[in-house]
Ligand binder design. Structure first.
Ligand SMILES: [Zn+2]
Length: 285
């Protein structure tokens, strides 16, 4: 099953260099197409991304009232999955003692459900969300301090947060390099970065290719455990823990088969969703 995707016609497209190794289009080999969009694999570093891809001002129009409704309808299930990912990386046992204050930023925070959990734990919270309906709802209902802009536009002071969380967000961004550079700047020394994103080097990614539930127009990049680690190292982080889950989507096989494949995927790192916990490296490499 494909997730939310609303593709307006007439979006302007731009070609990009590979943000991981800097290669040009001659190194980007066609992997498959989805609707009007071409997913290419960089022969220099194996990163997979749409090229060309929509310009941000056009792309941002997709996150409208319908998107807000989608977020509200799925709020509880998305929240459960986020808490499961935290448990998978052993969040509760991390050492937060270096930080004077506990401050968390959730980027792509939708209606602020995840931040509300942390507010209730007496953390200082802030969110970033470009869907204005979700921002209004979250601030009014939950008081979790959501900014209606991109991360770069928020201009947080340096070392503002001890934890940055981005769940199902980085694959939607045109410029992961700028994003990771800004997170490095606003994280405390030894601060944590948690990223959840689809894993293309997965059983489902391999079996279904362009029919894979994450090969959709809204996903400009399709990372793997290897490529996400490489790009995060490049921008000043080191990996602490990683986990994958999701052997088969619901309804694609009898429940007993799905259960077995889910267990295998989690054990072998071939689940189609991954969580990676990084820490800010003291000095840039
Ligand atoms: Zn590359």
């Amino acid at each position: 099953m494909k997730t939310y995707s609303k593709i307006p016609s007439g979006e302007r497209l731009q070609s990009i260099l590979c943000p991981l190794c800097g290669s040009g289009e001659d190194k980007h080999k066609l992997l498959y197409t989805y609707d009007l969009y071409s997913f290419k694999k960089c022969s220099g570093c194996s990163l997979v991304f749409q090229n060309p891809q929509p310009l941000f001002p056009d792309l941002s129009q997709r996150y409208d009232e319908d998107y807000f409704k989608y977020e509200i309808e799925n709020e509880d299930s998305f929240f459960s999955l986020m808490m499961m990912a935290l448990s998978d990386i052993g969040f509760e046992s991390l050492d937060f003692s270096p930080f004077k204050k506990l401050r968390i930023l959730d980027i792509g925070c939708a209606t602020g459900r995840f931040l509300f959990e942390f507010r209730n734990r007496d953390w200082e919270t802030a969110g970033i969300e470009i869907c204005s309906g979700a921002v209004e709802y979250g601030n009014k209902k939950r008081g979790v301090n959501i900014h209606n802009c991109t991360l770069e536009e928020a201009h947080f002071p340096e070392k503002s947060f001890s934890v940055v969380h981005a769940s199902h967000l980085i694959e939607h961004l045109n410029d992961p390099a700028s994003f990771l550079g800004e997170i490095y700047r606003i994280l405390d020394d030894r601060g944590f970065l948690i990223i959840v994103t689809p894993n293309i080097d997965s059983l489902q990614g391999f079996l279904f290719r362009s029919g894979w539930r994450s090969a959709i127009a809204d996903h400009l990049f399709l990372y793997s455990l290897k490529t996400l680690e490489k790009i995060c190292i490049k921008y000043g982080f080191h990996l602490i823990r990683k986990k994958t889950w999701g052997g088969l989507a619901k309804g694609l096989a009898p429940p007993a088969v799905k259960k077995i494949l889910d267990i295998v995927a989690k054990k072998t790192g071939t689940g189609d969703v991954m969580v990676m916990l990084f820490q800010k490296t003291a000095e840039m490499q």
